[in-house]
Design a protein around this ligand. Structure first.
Ligand code: GDP
Length: 365
């Protein structure tokens, strides 16, 4: 499953947020493929469409799709220089698909701030610098190797050398590698180095309980947003503390609590949806009497590979996919209606699956 790593300085609310995530947690029986380690949390991706489909079809079971979060604690100033621990944290970050960077925007004299005061800009720069330093090392090593080949005039090496030099300049300017201006091809090549600062970032501005409804006015939050904007990164404002409390409640209690706080939806739901979007993920559905289920794929995935998410046979023996779009399904009241109106399409192996598609796979075993 695709994974988002939670990073941030100590005492910013990472564990609190992670606990909220695990408590809100997904039915683990639905996700036997996920290795459940103490620092890994799996949550359902909230999706109204799944509920509406289930109402239409009345299946025995409804299974949402899930998103995985890893708590990567312990990233501090000097991590990129540090042996052992520091490096270990950085290598955990290397393994995730996207980064959730928690930034402290709440004041609380009882909770020590590592640098003495609440200062989002400085906190963000501190974490970012560690990632940048680590990437510089990676790029310099690679550059060293490539420059020898480039001297022989080998075309690919010359090209790679130019690209790496460009990235190195970005990093030396203390900017993340993803801000380097590159062509689409270069971008794909850059991705193969697995640099930490090539990963997409979603900032989580963690505000206090009493400010959560008016968070936009919080100057710390504004600071986070301004910086995020220059990097093309997203921001979600939440109160980790509130989320941890919400996660303990269910149904009506939760609604009442949210209303008391002046909130429309839980921050965790917003966070999960944003992380999902950030990762370039979309949802398709399978729907039958036994089960209505949501599945996650990357945008751009073709039908057979989408099928492989369910079972490898679906890809290996792929014949065709019968597709009904979500809106068509709802407006025609189900599969029968959709078929009658000619809204069910037969698609082949080159079909690129669209968000909300309801798919029946036809395959040879
Ligand atoms: P971590 O070191 O980043 O994992 O931070 P923790 O989640 O352990 O939080 C550090 C302290 O800050 C704990 O005592 C939390 O209860 C507290 N904390 C976390 N989020 C909030 C918040 O939104 N408001 C307030 N007042 N305290 C919070």
């Amino acid at each position: 499953a695709l994974t988002t790593g939670i990073v941030g300085l100590p005492n910013v609310g990472k564990s609190t947020l992670f606990n909220a995530i695990t408590k809100a947690g997904a039915e683990s029986a639905n996700y036997p493929f996920c290795t459940i380690e103490p620092n890994v949390g799996v949550v359902d991706v909230p999706d109204e469409r799944l509920t509406k489909l289930a109402n239409l079809i009345n299946p025995q079971k409804v299974i949402p799709t899930a998103c995985q979060f890893v708590d990567i604690a312990g990233l501090v100033k000097g991590a990129s220089q540090g042996e052992g621990l520091g490096n270990k944290f950085l290598s955990h970050i290397r393994e995730v698909d996207a980064i959730l960077h928690v930034v402290r925007c709440f004041e609380d004299d009882n909770i020590t701030h590592v640098s003495g005061k609440v200062d989002p800009a400085s906190d963000m720069a501190t974490i970012q610098l560690e990632l940048i330093l680590s990437d510089m090392e990676t790029v310099e090593k690679r550059l060293d190797r490539v420059s020898r080949q480039a001297k022989t005039g080998e075309k690919a090496a010359v090209q790679e050398h130019a690209l790496l030099s460009k990235v190195l300049t970005t990093l030396q300017d203390e900017k993340p590698a993803r801000m380097t201006e590159v062509s689409d091809d270069e971008f794909l090549q850059l991705k193969t180095y697995n640099l930490l600062t090539m990963k997409d970032v979603l900032y989580v501005a963690n505000v206090s309980e009493d400010e959560v409804a008016s968070a936009d006015e919080n100057p710390y939050v504004q600071q986070v947003k301004e910086i995020a904007k220059t990097e093309g990164a997203g921001v979600v404002t939440i109160s980790a503390q509130v989320e941890a409390e919400i996660a303990e409640l269910d149904g009506e209690e939760r609604e009442m609590f949210l209303e008391e706080l002046g909130l429309q939806s839980s921050g965790l739901d917003r966070l999960i949806n944003e992380a999902y979007r950030l990762l370039g993920l979309i949802t398709f559905f399978t729907a039958g009497e036994k089960e209505v289920r949501a599945w996650t794929i990357r945008r751009g995935t073709k039908a057979p590979q989408a099928g492989a998410v369910i079972h490898t046979d679906f890809e290996r023996g792929f014949i065709r996919a019968e597709i009904v779009g979500y809106d068509a399904m709802i407006s025609s009241g189900g599969f029968v209606g959709a078929k009658e109106k000619g809204l069910m399409r037969l698609e082949g192996k080159e079909y690129v699956v669209q968000d909300g598609d309801i798919i029946t796979f036809r395959f040879n075993v």
